[in-house]
Design a protein around this ligand. Structure first.
Ligand code: ADE
Ligand code: ZN
Length: 326
């Protein structure tokens, strides 16, 4: 109990959060009414019943459908602001959220509508909540290279709002190297790169994320454990992994939280971090993710301090902000 109240006030940093995945059921219904979108659910209870997944794709199908309620710039503002208020509540002081522009541009929402709404909320949060941020735009890997390139071109008018690019959606069958040329172009534009790899996919995808996409961090990366040479490389290079415990158990990457390997990776000296991924779908934000590790893996205060220190080290914020956070 002492540990839980200590955790509540511990200053935290979040590096793996999909804004679309922070859409809570109540806001889903409110926006559906506001924008006259029909949903296949009658109430919050039915939505929660639908949140039972056996693999990544089960979740993605529901996640993309829910995103159709997001239409106006204000909707993207409200979504982002609600997440930031949650961060304030949990003492999360710095965030590097993802958004998936193609989910919206594919249904006729303009890129500017999406990014301007998000950016305005992030700006307000710096001023009103004291939460700093760096925004990362993700490409959907189930779509083709051409669509990713078209998205990067749209982003070129908004480079001042972006720190980096990432890669998400259905992993198996869509290896990182499918986007080597897009990521090369993004790096030329001065953007940092990250990619989801080794969530459902093999350790090989982590290697190509590193070697072909030149990522600064790997999102998830938990399947690195199956490749001793990769473990050695991650130890030496200190390339961080943004691990998402509740996500991994909800999507059956691990059968149970007591099977999760995050503390094994930590004790191997790998730069692992704790994150929430899609909190409204997976049962919790940052604090709940730490709590789950305390309950199931007997995580200690010392381990939590190291995990947060890793997040600060792994973050894309400036040195001055890193010092403030430490
Ligand atoms: N998009 C949102 N959450 C994701 C995840 N955990 N893996 C891949 N794509 C995602
Ligand atoms: Zn993710």
């Amino acid at each position: 109990l002492v540990l839980l109240s200590w955790l509540a006030q511990l200053p935290k940093v979040e590096l793996h959060l999909h804004l679309e995945g922070s859409l809570e059921p109540q806001m889903l219904f409110d926006l559906a009414v506001r924008n006259q979108v029909t949903l296949p659910y009658q109430n919050v209870k039915e939505v929660k019943q639908a949140f039972q997944f056996t693999q990544l794709q089960d979740f993605l199908d529901i996640y993309y459908q829910a995103a159709t309620v997001l239409v106006t710039e204000q909707d993207f503002y409200d979504l982002t602001w609600a997440y930031l208020l949650k961060c304030k509540e949990q003492n999360v002081l710095h965030v590097e959220p993802f958004f998936d522009p193609q989910t919206h541009t594919e249904r006729g929402i303009s890129f500017a509508t999406v990014i301007n709404g998000i950016d305005r909320a992030l700006e307000d949060s710096e001023e009103k909540l004291g939460i700093s941020s760096e925004l990362i735009m993700c490409f959907l890997r189930h779509l083709d290279e051409e669509s990713a390139f078209a998205t990067l071109i749209l982003a070129m008018d908004h480079l001042d709002k972006l720190k980096g690019v990432g890669l998400d959606s259905s992993e198996l069958g869509h290896p990182p190297e499918k986007f080597s040329r897009v990521f090369a172009k993004a790096r030329e534009l001065g953007l940092l790169t990250v990619a989801h790899a080794g969530e459902e996919g093999p350790a090989d995808y982590i290697w190509t994320a590193i070697n072909d996409l030149k990522v600064s961090r790997v999102d998830h990366g938990v399947n690195a454990i199956h490749d001793p040479a990769l473990i050695k490389y991650l130890q030496e290079s200190q390339i961080p992994l943004t691990v998402c415990p509740l996500s991994n158990t909800k999507l059956k990457v691990f059968d149970d939280m007591n099977q999760h390997n995050i503390l094994d990776l930590l004790s191997l000296g790998i730069c692992v971090t704790v994150n929430s991924d899609d909190p409204s779908y997976f049962g919790g934000y940052m604090t709940e993710n730490f709590e789950a590790l305390i309950v199931s893996l007997d995580m200690t205060q010392e381990q939590m301090i190291k995990l947060v220190e890793n997040s600060i080290t792994a973050s894309f914020c400036c040195q001055q902000r890193k010092q403030q956070l430490s």
